[in-house]
Design a protein around this ligand. Structure first.
Ligand code: AGP
Length: 603
């Protein structure tokens, strides 16, 4: 999922594009490119790698053009090289364009255009746009863009400039986020408000199938659009003394728990107060089943929610892989809630699952971190994480926040059914204690760093957990795969390992066991005995005071005691740290792991 930025206004565009694009680098960092235009010439630069490696040289370039577009790429179609870096352009080098998304019928369009004499310089789907616009250009850029879009299938956010119809940028969106930043005599364009929040807080969010025309003086969109205000600070996108955003965000996990529950608990009445669900409360009273969906880490949060909802709210719940959801035949009805979980709020697979569920009459709720994102706009109601900006590509604090809000949702839904005031109150009281318990886990950071260094020589890892901590085993393994991508890891249900994967286990294959003192402790201890008898190196996450387990394992990280349903919020913290430190030990960029991007806006 690429990042797009643009600028048109009274100032030189290039320096603004450089600093804005840097803020979107977490959306993809395979290659980048800049295009700027002045009255007589243009500036074009496309390079493989990260902007940060070129920033200084770019800021020394003296090009005064006040209009420009730029792009940071997460490769989808066409391999990572300069030819495939954006911006792309037409045969006459008059139309320049940047794109985030995928054109699904690009091969067929390419063959048609080649037959008509167009010469392609890249292997990308994106370059199709440039030649289609060139084909339909009769002097007015937005007209040509409109005609070109009629031919294209897929999803896109595009920004384009033409030398023959200069002094304007034309934008269009279908399925990928795109915003316009409004300021005095200048406009900013970006895939994400983070790129322009230091220049303006007034933004217009483009909706699907909208085309916008921006000139220095004014903007024109088919239908009138409200200007919204961004209410978060840029300081959130700084490392605050940490070497990496991921580490900073892990150390913010106690604070995001506090933020997630702030003003949302009436402990005396044992009630959770989630104002964002008010507009759906009538339908919520009638629901009889819940489908949770999301991708990657968000889905794992949903799996913990599934255990919570069934055990404490007694509502039949299942978790669906968002990217599979609409290609199956999900049996939903108007008494079904689809709960979509997403940090970015822009994940295309999850968005499509929401649209499918709504088509089938389900109530669509969102659990989203990014305010004003597409999922927040398309769901019927929802809850914001309030976890602040998460820059590290690996989801960490957002996951802890998702688990905390799922616990609040459990009380909210449970108290509408048979959950007693006493149980509700108990869960909320424990949620209130969690931030300080989480801080206690982080106090072991140096010890966990030493463990990561000790285990960094191994190439394969198994993570084991049961019940509430089975999804945490999956999350722990995902974090290690993402962050320390030179090693492989697999999360397995503690009860499943004996049905095959244990064949892998020997002294070279560490097993990380999440074994808090909960209702499945004995069963997890059996799993530990099974891998121990195959000489596995065992690192356990266990509850403080459990001396017995110490005899069975090589290393142990203790977490404070809390309610079984809330243990995942504590047990995941050492696993986030372990992955971060092991990635650093292997000399990897833990904020921008290879081949990844923060929000996946293509299917
Ligand atoms: C997690 O570290 C990954 N970045 C990825 O699995 C992520 O959880 C997934 O892409 C879903 O993203 P979302 O929460 O923004 O929808």
């Amino acid at each position: 999922m690429c990042g797009i930025v643009g600028y048109i206004g009274k100032n030189p565009a290039l320096p603004i594009l450089v600093s804005a694009l840097k803020r979107l680098e977490y959306r993809g960092y395979d290659s980048f490119g800049f295009f700027a235009l002045d009255d007589s010439s243009h500036f074009l630069l496309k390079k493989v790698g990260k902007i940060s490696e070129w920033e200084k040289r770019l800021l020394e370039i003296n090009f005064g053009g006040n209009i420009g577009i730029a792009h940071t790429r997460w490769a989808t179609t066409g391999k990572v090289d300069e030819r495939n870096a954006h911006p792309h352009y037409d045969c006459k080098e008059e139309i320049f364009l940047v794109h985030n998304g995928i054109i699904e019928n690009y091969q067929q369009l390419r063959e048609e255009l080649v037959r008509e004499g167009h010469q392609f310089k890249s292997d990308t789907d994106t370059e199709i746009f440039c030649h289609l616009i060139e084909k339909y250009f009769q002097g007015n850029l937005e007209e040509a863009v409109r005609e070109a879009l009629e031919k294209v299938q897929g999803n896109y956010a595009i920004a384009t400039i033409s030398k023959r119809d200069p002094n304007k940028i034309v934008l269009a969106r279908l399925g990928a986020p795109l915003l316009i930043g409004v300021s005095d005599g200048e406009y900013f364009i970006a895939s994400d408000p983070a790129a322009m929040v230091s220049y303006t807080r007034r933004v217009i969010t483009l909706d699907d199938n909208e085309i916008a025309v921006i000139t220095p003086q004014k903007h024109f969109i088919l239908k009138e659009k409200p200007i919204e205000n961004i209410d978060w600070e840029i300081k959130e996108a700084q490392k605050k003394g940490f070497s990496h955003f991921m580490l900073k965000e892990i150390f913010e996990e106690p604070e995001v728990i506090r933020e997630a529950v702030r003003g949302r608990m009436d402990i005396e009445k044992g009630l959770a107060v989630l104002g964002g669900l008010d507009q759906a409360s009538e339908r919520l009273d009638k629901i009889n089943n819940i489908v949770i969906t999301g991708c990657g880490t968000a889905r794992y949060a949903g799996m913990v929610g599934e255990y919570m909802f069934e055990e404490y709210a007694e509502i039949p719940t299942k978790v669906e892989v968002a990217s599979e959801f609409r290609y199956r035949k999900p049996l939903l009805n108007e008494r079904t809630v689809l709960l979509a979980i997403s940090q970015s709020g822009e994940t295309a697979d999850t968005l499509e699952a929401i649209r499918e569920a709504k088509r089938k009459g389900a109530l669509a709720l969102g659990l989203v971190n990014r305010v004003g994102s597409s999922i927040a706009r398309e769901t019927d109601a929802g809850v914001y994480n309030r976890a602040g900006l998460e820059v590290g590509v690996a989801a960490t604090k957002s996951f802890v926040s998702q688990l905390t809000i799922l616990a609040l949702l459990t009380v909210s839904l449970g108290r509408k059914k048979d959950m007693s005031l006493v149980i509700g109150k108990r869960i909320l009281e424990e949620l209130n204690r969690l931030p300080s318990l989480a801080s206690r886990v982080l106090e072991q950071a140096d010890y966990i760093k030493r463990l990561a260094q000790k285990y960094s020589k191994h190439k394969n890892f198994i993570y084991l957990g049961r019940k509430y901590n089975y999804p945490i085993a999956l999350e722990g393994a995902l974090k290690l795969k993402e962050i320390a991508w030179k090693v492989h890891a697999e999360g397995i249900c503690g009860g499943e390992i004996k049905h095959g994967p244990i064949a892998l286990v020997d002294e070279s294959f560490p097993v990380i066991c999440i074994v808090p003192s909960d209702s499945v402790y004995e069963k997890m201890r059996n799993a530990i005995e099974e891998v121990r008898s195959r000489n596995a190196k065992i690192l356990a996450i266990a509850t403080e005071g459990n001396q017995e387990i110490k005899e069975l394992v090589d290393d142990i990280i203790y977490i404070p005691k809390t309610l079984e349903m809330l243990t995942p919020i504590l047990s995941v913290i050492p696993l986030h740290l372990f992955a971060a430190y092991l990635g650093l030990e292997l000399g990897l960029d833990i904020d921008k792991p290879r081949n990844l991007a923060k929000s996946v806006t293509v299917e």
